[in-house]
Design a protein around this ligand. Structure first.
Ligand SMILES: O=C(O)[C@H](O)[C@@H](O)[C@H](O)[C@H](O)COP(=O)(O)O
Length: 230
């Protein structure tokens, strides 16, 4: 499967990725009257979402959701919902419909059925799923050695509650099935260390070892890889 490798460097990468995302969303609105995107947390998306918030789109026809979420209050500094509200959903982009991945349930496991029901109503396949990758090869909240990893890779559900082996907070995450219900996958990574993990993932091996392989070693969904060498 042709995985486009777009080697971009420095801050202009964010503007380039945002322009590419905006073009896809604009085309989706023109074709089917709605566009949808699921976003990851972490550091990488921030500059992209800041740039995307200025895109000239019919934001009232855009559905924005998350690839994963930490099970924390939406106003917590660790919340991916807060990340998206702070960086993307402002100005004209505030008109987008945001579908959160956090509920008032005491923990992610108690909240999963409600999240699954909310996600079932999204306009699948989503137009774009923006993934990041950890140094351990995790993506979304599908972590190597995670006790829910096998289920997260095999389930036909869209979402799964999970407890990372080392990272903080219980999580709600798209499953591999959910991630592959998309028209475009963007993978954004930065630094030589993650580039080396990316290269190892591409070389083949088990998805359980490097969960990012669920996106890289498949031929269903086109994947654009944006690697900011720093
Ligand atoms: O909630 C999260 O933390 C993210 O969804 C996570 O999967 C992230 O994409 C990777 O950890 C990469 O993070 P960076 O963008 O900071 O490298």
């Amino acid at each position: 499967m042709p995985t486009e490798h777009l080697f971009v460097t420095g801050v202009e990468a964010a503007a380039d990725i945002a322009a590419r995302i905006a073009a896809i969303l604009s085309d989706a609105i023109a074709r089917r009257g709605v566009a949808s995107i699921a976003l990851s947390g972490g550091r990488s998306p921030r500059p992209v979402l800041e740039a995307l918030s200025h895109a000239d789109l019919d934001w009232g026809k855009v559905v924005v959701t998350l690839v994963d979420e930490r099970w924390v209050a939406p106003d917590s500094a660790d919340s991916n919902e807060r990340l998206v509200r702070d960086t993307l959903l402002k100005g004209a982009a505030a008109r987008a419909r945001f579908v959160p991945m956090k509920t008032p349930a005491a923990d992610a496991y108690a909240g999963q059925l409600a999240v699954e029901a909310a996600f079932a109503d999204l306009p699948w396949p989503l137009d774009i799923i923006l993934l990041g990758m950890g140094d351990d090869g995790h993506t979304a909240s599908l972590f190597p050695l995670g006790k829910e990893l096998a289920e997260g890779l095999a389930s036909q559900a869209l979402t799964i509650a999970a407890t990372p082996p080392a990272a903080p907070h219980q999580r709600m995450s798209l499953t591999a099935h959910g991630i592959l219900q998309s028209c475009h996958i963007f993978l954004q990574i930065s630094g030589a260390g993650k580039k080396a993990v990316y290269d190892r993932a591409l070389a083949g091996g088990s998805i359980a070892e490097l969960p990012i392989r669920l996106a890289l070693l498949q031929d269903k969904v086109p994947v654009e890889v944006w690697i900011a060498e720093i």
